[in-house]
Ligand binder design. Structure first.
Ligand code: 5GP
Length: 188
């Protein structure tokens, strides 16, 4: 049996990275797809762990060679999911998680409607701003860009299969686990 594809999206600063890290620790049999990006690594990020950091030229070559399952521009940088890795892993019967923004999520849903989409919501837009600023990883300009994207993303999130509010990390983690458990039960 083929593995299942899960798409996890949510506004920048919503805490989906932390949530997924904990979730993957709890579920070591699920594989996280590492994206390619033209964004520069943040402090503490590692090539091949958080992302594959590539130049704009390399990214463009991958687009031209049709290597991406999906790709999108977000906040001035490019991000994309390599098709071959996802296909190979699913064919081995292993579930894959894509942590991507909403334009990419729509592309994946169109190509693979059986993919399960999960949108992580902030308790409020005000709280999102507090979290984004609290990370101290972005410039003021980058924070503004990400906040501008947030409303558009929240609107797009309405069409996702599941929505989880990340008001409290433990509760959100439990709800995420419930989604995966109920999807697995559906498969049996
Ligand atoms: P960040 O720069 O904060 O790591 O990521 C910015 C946004 O890009 C996040 O919403 C993240 O989920 C999204 N993202 C990361 N990888 C991909 C990808 O491969 N494709 C798409 N479309 N979005 C991605």
């Amino acid at each position: 049996m083929k593995g299942r594809l899960y798409i996890v999206a949510g506004c920048s600063g919503v805490g989906k990275g932390t949530l997924l890290k904990l979730f993957l620790k709890q579920n070591p049999n699920i594989i996280f797809s590492i994206s390619a990006t033209t964004r520069k690594p943040r402090e503490g990020e590692q090539d091949g762990v958080n992302y594959f950091y590539v130049s704009k030229e390399e990214f463009q070559n991958s687009i031209d060679n049709n290597e991406f399952l999906e790709w999108a521009e977000f906040s001035g940088n490019f991000y994309g999911t390599k098709k071959s890795f996802v296909e190979k892993t699913l064919n081995k019967g292993i579930d894959v998680i894509l942590e991507i923004e909403v334009k990419g999520a729509a592309q994946v849903k169109q190509k693979m409607p059986e993919a399960v989409s999960i949108f992580i919501m902030p308790p409020s837009v005000e709280e999102l701003e507090v979290r984004l600023r609290g990370r101290h990883t972005e410039s003021e300009e980058a924070i503004q860009k990400r906040l501008n994207e947030a409303n558009r993303e929240l609107e797009a999130g309405k069409s996702f299969d599941y929505k989880i509010v990340n008001d409290n990390l433990d509760d959100a983690l439990k709800r995420l686990q419930d989604v995966f458990d109920s999807e697995r039960r559906k498969q049996c």
